[in-house]
Design a protein around this ligand. Sequence first.
Ligand code: 5GP
Ligand code: MN
Length: 334
Amino acid sequence: MKIQDIEAIKLLLATPKKIAIIPHRGPDGDAMGSTLGLYHFLVKNNHQPTVITPNDFPGFLAWMPGSETVKVFEKDIENCTRILEEAELIFTLDFNALHRTGEMEHTLARLTAPFIMIDHHEKPHDYAAYTYSDTSFGSTCEMIYNFILFLNQKEDIDKTIATCIYTGILTDSGSFRFPKTTGNTHRIVAELIDLGAENTEIPVLLFDNSSFSRLQLLGQALQNMKLFEQHKTSYTSLTQEELDSFNYVKGDTEGIVNYGLSIKGIIFTAIFIENKEEGIIKISFRSQGGFDVNQFARDHFNGGGHSNAAGGRSETSMEETVKKFEDLVTKLDI
Ligand code: 5GP
Ligand code: MN
């Protein structure tokens, strides 16, 4: 981050302010960890922050400290719009373009308060007065840790803040496995543990709190998986009917996409999830090594993300969407 930006932000934060903190639509562990970590830091510094998520966050993150204070835009548009209009400063975390907030985009776009973007996605849009964007980081949470250091306020990181930051680093790094996990990531994580982040309890809260029906839904997704061995690709899908038959709740499909990469020789995978209510197929892409799924998602499925983890959407039927994917895959030279 530029020195002059840090100095300007220090000045902005020198007096108590009403502050809105926004993650992307469909918030994940990193989105919730970074927004709530920053929330607790700002409360500690006498500000009045509010985290506003575009839509609801999944139940497996509901244990996170401060999650009970989170406002959901979609559920309470009037109140959230008022909070946004009254905000003197707006942080947007873990996303790079206002359209990633869905319906909230239009409200955000007409606000006059300065924006601060902290994010690790490629090709950030130029809407913020201050942009801290760096794709070398595996998570926005790691950047929040650095941001607090830039402000010379490391001593403010307590157990609560450490817990939030730890959660986002853990989830976005695939439990410290993905390529952007560095020695420095581990040094930060070590400090967070020393500060009180419960490193054995947090993974249990996140990953070992599953319902039986969620496990059966995973079974269905594994049954549905298709292989294109010649093209080092796999994919699976879940229709609305299948989701309903396993009592799907938000968050149940989180992480399922990764199983497609666990097959020897497979370096590209996708999951297609039908959402009848929104009339779309939500897609997640994952890759190992040099195949750039961010570019693939941008080129073909109206999406984006990172080079090894991206998402997109399709407004055609499941059959047509999957057919389009299969046609693309059989032309791929990977
Ligand atoms: P996931 O597959 O876990 O939903 O998302 C993987 C990555 O891709 C995340 O960094 C997420 O922010 C990004 N992503 C997911 N869906 C979309 C999308 O529709 N558009 C864009 N631009 N990025 C997405
Ligand atoms: Mn992230």
